[in-house]
Write a protein that binds this ligand. Structure first.
Ligand code: DGL
Length: 283
């Protein structure tokens, strides 16, 4: 299994925040990414639809023979994790638990904020996960539905984005939270704006980093983590670097104009994106 790729899916491009972190932490690993751009956003959809879409996305990745699936989408992680775990034979990692655990450990005044899509906030998944680690922590949830289209449009640093952030974050500032979970794949791309509004005293938890840590723990536990060349891939062949560099594949369910441009800018490298329809591959 250790030569198989890591699979990641999201409703769009926001899951690239998780991919970027994993590229940094696991340079030898192959990664397959699937963004369901045709059906984005998930954050405004029903639980039933989110579960169905998530199972279909997982099916696309399973066909790529992935060894683990990272559900980079918070809305999917909130609703579809039990169904995916039940139907898949490989490990499945969501983004809620690692971020919640970190927030519970970091808060000093026991006041934590969560910003996410309406679906994630409505599921109360973060509240339940935080209380599993620290029952006395008070949690304020705030849905920020306009953040996703702003990011998808590449408007990460505009006066409009700042004004929207000020409006959404005002109740959390008033609540005096000291820790804020960025509970949506897209929000790390707005980190600077969010930090500017919340002030330096508030710690922002970016699930991407926490999730990569969880993936490492699972793969190491199974001895599936790839840290060097595999069999039949001798580094001694001419022109090969001493340590292996992972291959990265990007698939989406529809081709929005901005996807490749934003993805390239965000990952800082040239990437090719293939369109794959999710329909018939449900797990
Ligand atoms: N990926 C989604 C999430 O993290 C955000 C975008 C959407 O609403 O689909 O919740």
């Amino acid at each position: 299994m250790n030569n198989n790729p890591i699979g990641v899916f999201d409703s769009g491009l926001g899951g690239l925040t998780v991919v970027k972190e994993m590229m940094r932490q696991f340079p030898c690993e192959d990664i397959v990414y699937y963004g369901d751009t045709a059906r984005l956003p998930y954050g405004t959809k029903s639980k039933e639809s989110i579960i169905r879409f998530s199972r279909e996305n997982a099916g696309v990745l399973v066909r790529q023979r992935v060894k683990i699936i990272v559900v980079a989408c918070n809305s999917s992680s909130s609703y579809a994790l039990p169904a995916l775990k039940k139907h898949l034979k490989i490990p499945v990692v969501g983004v809620i638990e690692p971020g919640a655990k970190k927030a519970a450990a970091l808060t000093r005044n026991k006041r934590v904020g969560v910003i996410a899509t309406s679906a994630t906030i409505g599921s109360r998944a973060y509240v339940k996960a935080i209380h599993k680690y620290a029952a006395s922590v008070r949690v304020w949830g705030q849905a920020c539905p306009l953040f996703v289209p702003l990011v998808e449009e590449g408007w990460t640093d505009t006066p409009v984005t700042l004004a929207v952030a000020r409006t959404y974050l005002a109740p959390l500032k008033k609540a005096g939270i000291d820790t804020l979970i960025l509970g949506c794949t897209h929000y790390p791309l707005l980190k600077e704006t969010i930090q500017q509004v919340m002030g330096k005293g508030v710690v922002l938890i970016d699930s991407a980093r926490e999730v990569a840590g969880e993936v490492q723990r699972i793969l190491e536990g199974r001895r599936w983590l790839r840290t060097r060349w595999g069999r039949g891939e001798s580094p001694r062949r001419r022109g090969r670097p001493a340590s292996r560099i992972g291959r990265h594949q990007f698939m989406i369910s529809d081709r929005p104009q901005a996807f490749e441009k934003i993805a390239r800018e965000f990952l800082g490298r040239d990437i090719r994106v293939r369109v794959v329809k999710p329909g018939s591959h449900s797990t």
